[in-house]
Design a protein around this ligand. Structure first.
Ligand code: SF4
Length: 474
């Protein structure tokens, strides 16, 4: 670590003395002035862009998200954004107007000068806010704000150390297929088309698919997500999520003055159809699935008295009226191995049990699990991109672990722990059926920024499934 001292001349001279070839990476850390009113003193700004005074782009530190995540896990308040450097401390209108207009969130007098000339090595920039537009330097409380900023700067040091330790060249293996399936694409397009056709707001019962980024994006475009139909006003347009709903919800929707659009995945509807078929024939139905999942709730509500089993042990506790008249169905997003074990247990106890003509586990779940299983053993670490409430994503983590790989579920690149990625040389990546493909691209970019990456796709199958949209949005 070298101290540059304050100001452009000190920064440029000190960094030039380091020599551009001497370092494998360069981190610039210090204090700054905030340009955003809501920013509290002590906020750690992680730069994703470094701008010169005239707005020229000087550097784009590509590890910003992952570094920000690391800092947040240390308990620090963090903002990611552009840092602009100017030759002298600025006040008043110049600060509130001219610099803020560049889109920068913080201003300093060193970073751009230190990085000018180009460093062809991984770069990180953190600046801790001392003063804000409302409380500028030399206003009352400057000293205590400075103490907080320096304390946070010191507290941020372990994150920079972890970043430096994680810098290494890696091989990234991408499982194919990964990410969106046909049912998820259909559900998202249904909401988008409904917003275009009917205008906002459009209500959606439950998460349209289990992914926070998808939900946030649709919310920003006018979708309102609710738990139950009782929250939807009369006359409104409401979309039922991809996971399907029970008969009770369907009846409630039909009895209200609502424009209902059903985005249930056709493969979930197929399971509902099986339930009705078995029910009409007088079978007692057992569902293999996870309690509390939206899809399970919807399928259980398709007929009276369906028993839920989650694992082999549950089978022993079933109360069966007629062992000759029992049928099973499954949630679509389970692991085929788990299901096979439970079906074997059911068949051993109830040899007359019948099931669906073909497995209920959908093509997308099967393909994503197969692709991951084919490459997981080669990986030091497998990253599954998806939300914690995605069944599909959770099963992918289990598949990788069963293959002997360390595996974690992350929502996006900001959840990538540097100490985890640090020692990994071969990193496998897959994504749940509800995960947008661009999240995988962002994660690959983040890993590449940590010292470089050779990216290979390992594709085991190609998908060309398409489901027609609901008639209301066709
Ligand atoms: S994971 Fe399978 S069942 Fe679920 S939406 Fe996708 S295709 Fe449909």
């Amino acid at each position: 670590m070298v101290r540059t001292g304050a100001g452009p001349v000190n920064a440029a001279r000190t960094v030039a003395r380091l020599g551009r070839t001497a370092a494998d990476a360069l981190a610039v850390a210090g204090v700054a002035g905030g340009l955003v009113g809501s920013m509290a003193p002590g906020t750690v700004v992680v730069a994703d862009r470094v701008l010169a005074e005239d707005g020229r782009l000087v550097a784009t530190p590509a590890s910003a998200s992952v570094l920000a995540g690391e800092l947040r896990r240390l308990g620090l308040p963090v903002t990611v954004g552009a840092v602009v450097s100017v030759p002298k401390v600025v006040h008043g209108r110049e600060r509130r107007g001219d610099l803020a207009r560049l889109g920068a969130v913080a201003v300093d007098t060193e970073t751009a000068y230190a990085l000018t000339g180009g460093w062809d090595v991984p770069t990180a920039v953190i600046r801790v806010v001392v003063d804000t537009p409302e409380r500028e330097l030399r206003s009352p409380g400057t000293v205590s704000r400075g103490v907080v900023a320096l304390r946070h700067l010191r507290a941020a040091a372990p994150a920079l150390a972890a970043w430096a330790a994680a810098l290494n060249e890696r091989t990234v293996l991408l499982a194919g297929p990964r990410s969106f399936c046909a049912g998820v694409e259909r559900a998202i397009t249904t909401v988008e088309r409904a917003l275009e056709r009917y205008g906002d707001p459009v209500y959606v019962r439950r998460q349209i698919v289990h992914n926070r980024h998808v939900v946030d994006s649709l919310q920003s475009r006018g979708a309102i997500f609710v738990e139950e139909l009782s929250e939807v006003p009369d006359g409104a347009t409401v979309i039922l999520s991809a996971h399907g709903v029970s008969q009770v919800v369907r009846a409630e929707a039909a009895g209200r003055d609502l424009n209902v659009i059903d985005a249930t995945c056709p493969l979930v509807s197929k399971v509902h159809h099986e339930v009705r078929r078995f029910n009409q024939k007088g079978y007692q139905i057992v569902m293999i699935g996870h309690a509390g999942h939206d899809e399970t709730e919807g399928t259980l509500g398709e007929a009276e008295g369906i028993a839920l089993v989650t694992d082999r042990d549950d089978v022993a506790h079933l109360e069966v009226a007629d062992p000759e008249k029992i049928a099973y169905i499954t949630q679509t997003t389970l692991s085929p191995d788990d299901v096979a074990g439970i079906v074997a247990e059911l068949s051993a106890r109830y040899p007359a049990i019948v099931g669906p003509h073909a497995a209920d586990i959908c093509y997308a779940t099967q393909n994503r699990q197969d692709a991951l299983a084919a490459m997981a053993a080669e990986c030091d670490l497998v990253l599954v991109v998806g939300s914690a409430n995605s069944s599909n994503a959770a099963r992918l983590v289990e598949v990788a672990q069963r293959c002997g790989a360390a595996a974690v579920l992350i929502e996006d690149e900001s959840e990538l722990a540097l100490d985890l990625i640090g020692p990994a040389r071969v990193v496998g990546i897959t994504a749940a059926a509800s995960t947008p493909p661009d999240l995988v691209e962002r994660l690959v970019g983040t890993i590449a920024a940590l010292g470089g990456a050779t990216v290979e796709e390992r594709r085991t199958s190609t998908e060309n499934v398409n489901f027609p949209l609901p008639v209301e949005v066709r």
